[in-house]
Write a protein that binds this ligand. Structure first.
Ligand SMILES: [Fe+2]
Ligand SMILES: [Fe+2]
Length: 312
């Protein structure tokens, strides 16, 4: 068994990392690939989230936890992510990316084990899931999984912080999940850099094909999420919407939640070498939404003020 000091040291190392070569990092270069893959290897945490002492919950806490509508989708998402990452990793010809992506697949499997453990420990009943079918094209599977993680992790960062602040769940339980959330930040950091490196290495024709595929992945994910939000699919799949109501007893607007997600997103990436690229699309869309929301609020306040002055 590792000592508490060893566990704490590994936890810190998983959050802070600098590339030893001080030269500017050219995106698409061998050094860029080495930095991204080395970051992933050196921030690997061998202990957490495997070292788990599930805390005892009082009846109210247990009810809140078991009634969270996320367990089925969470377990099957980890399963699918692991299978797709391993499938792409197996086909990757570059040994550095191969090792990093297979490690990512292994970590998803570990997340699955942690969740399965929690589900069993607290007596949560999982619904049987339809059998998973891997996409015929492993690169497509990895692209969709990577982008999907970029969206879901961004919201998970905010929801997790909301759960932490609300005190709705015991601190020990929140702390148990902390390394899982940080690992998701590492995963999307790796994906963002693989994506940028991969793009730079393609010739013009392959690049066009790849960009069309990226656009198709975004359309697929947007359609999936619009479908979920409209209730056209299983309501249980609507992780973000159900999650925000279930992790906190305070009333929070979607824009305020997004502002928390943005702050948490910046905080979780702050410890990694700033020359590595961060995922940008979901934070940019959220930033835009928050700005628009602010303008709308200010506009309304001004209108009320003018209306009030006109009546005086
Ligand atoms: Fe995961
Ligand atoms: Fe992940």
């Amino acid at each position: 068994m590792p000592t508490q000091t060893e566990i704490d040291d590994a936890d810190r190392q998983a959050r802070e990392w600098r590339f030893s070569d001080p030269a500017p990092l050219i995106i698409g270069s061998d050094a860029h690939r080495d930095a991204a893959c080395l970051m992933f290897r050196e921030t690997f945490n061998p202990y957490r989230p495997s070292v788990i002492d599930w805390p005892k919950l009082d009846p109210d806490e247990l009810k809140r936890l078991t009634s969270l509508p996320i367990w089925d989708i969470a377990v099957s998402t980890e399963d699918k992510a692991s299978a797709r990452m391993n499938a792409y990793g197996d086909t990757a010809t570059d040994p550095a990316w191969r090792e990093a992506i297979l490690r990512n697949g292994w970590e998803e499997r570990r997340h699955r084990e942690v969740l399965a453990n929690l589900v069993t420990s607290y007596g949560i009943a999982l619904q049987p899931q339809p059998p998973d079918t891997l996409p015929a094209d492993p690169e497509w599977g990895y692209l969709v999984t990577g982008y999907s993680e970029c969206i879901d992790s961004f919201f998970a960062f905010g929801l997790f912080e909301l759960a932490r602040r609300s005190g709705y769940f015991p601190t020990a339980l929140v702390e148990t999940f902390e390394p899982v959330i940080q690992e998701e930040a590492r995963h999307i950091l790796l994906f963002a850099n693989w994506l940028a490196w991969h793009r730079k290495r393609l010739n013009a024709w392959r690049r066009v094909r790849f960009e069309l595929r990226v656009a198709r992945a975004w359309i697929f994910l947007a359609w999936e999420r619009v479908g979920l939000a409209a209730g056209m699919d299983q309501p249980d799949n609507n992780f973000t919407m159900n999650g925000s109501q279930a992790v906190s007893n305070t009333d929070i607007s979607p824009l305020d939640l997004m502002a928390i997600c943005l702050r948490e997103n910046d905080r979780r990436f702050a410890g990694y070498d700033s020359r590595l690229l961060r995922p940008t699309t979901t934070p940019a869309l959220a930033r835009y939404a928050v700005r628009m929301g602010e303008l709308y609020r200010r506009g309304r306040a001004l209108m009320f003020k003018r209306d009030f002055q006109a009546r005086q």
